[in-house]
Design a protein around this ligand. Structure first.
Ligand SMILES: [Zn+2]
Ligand SMILES: [Zn+2]
Length: 253
């Protein structure tokens, strides 16, 4: 049994992952247009019609903008908790009133199965209706996906430490955020409260006793961070701790 992840894009501008098991293909979030997602899937030889479902973390645009168009796909389930489902219906109203949204509603904190894939949604502190991260398990493989995290609390830390592969946001460099010349202070405060800085992630990884095999740094700010900064900070840690490091370059989107 296998579990593999491809990140179709992850930055403050849009987030979407492709999760594949031996039997099925899923998206994690849909923060790009349907056309964009289709093109990015095509690069991996996957068609929209190959998708079985979409796991949705929360309703913010950079995670959910593509859902309105993707709901027209037959046989694609939208996995979300009820508060997120409701927030998405409100935020992205559609003329397709007669077609119900294809929700498969889960309860945050309660694991569920899709065939052999185990999915555990866990709560994240973030300014949305009921934001979650996901811990996926299939056979011997496990993966945690967590972006948009205000801070790493005990629940989050425990979930992340159960995975071999970790996709975690490393949103901003604190100095670049606070010194940004044009962003209003209120926005800076919102970002600092709702997203992890490089220093937050570094400290968590450095102090954790868990040995991840692979770590993807995601949801990277294009204006207040860079692949170079992340590389310089995290590559020595990757060598010491023995994990493979992948950095999602926000300029490569
Ligand atoms: Zn968000
Ligand atoms: Zn986001």
């Amino acid at each position: 049994m296998g579990l593999s992840i491809k990140i179709l894009g992850s930055s403050s501008k849009g987030n979407c992952g492709l999760l594949q098991t031996d039997h099925a293909c899923f998206l994690i979030d849909a923060g790009f247009s349907k056309k964009q997602i289709q093109a990015r899937l095509q690069a991996y030889g996957i068609a929209l019609s190959d998708l079985s479902g979409i796991f949705i973390t929360h309703e913010h645009q950079d995670h959910a903008i593509g859902l309105k168009a993707l709901r027209q796909l037959p046989a694609v389930h939208f996995y979300a908790n009820s508060n997120t489902a409701q927030a998405i219906e409100t935020r992205y109203p559609s003329s397709l009133k007669a077609t119900p949204w294809p929700w498969s509603v889960f309860t945050t904190g309660e694991p569920f199965f899709i065939d052999s894939l185990s999915v555990q949604p866990f709560p994240l502190p973030h300014d949305a209706a009921e934001p979650v991260g996901f811990l996926f398990r299939s056979g011997n493989e496990s993966l945690a996906w967590a972006t948009d995290i205000g801070h790493i609390n005990e629940t989050v830390a425990q979930a992340l430490a159960q995975a071999d592969t970790l996709v975690i946001e490393s949103n901003h460099d604190e100095t670049l955020l606070w010194k940004h010349p044009t962003r209003p202070t209120s926005l800076k405060e919102r970002i600092a409260q709702g997203h992890l800085s490089n220093a937050d992630v570094f400290s968590f990884l450095q102090h954790s006793q868990h040995a991840w095999k692979e770590i993807y740094l995601a949801h990277v700010s294009a204006e207040c961070n860079s692949a170079e900064i992340l590389q310089a900070l995290f590559q020595p840690l990757a060598q010491t701790k023995g994990f493979a490091l992948h950095i999602m370059d926000p300029l490569a989107l």
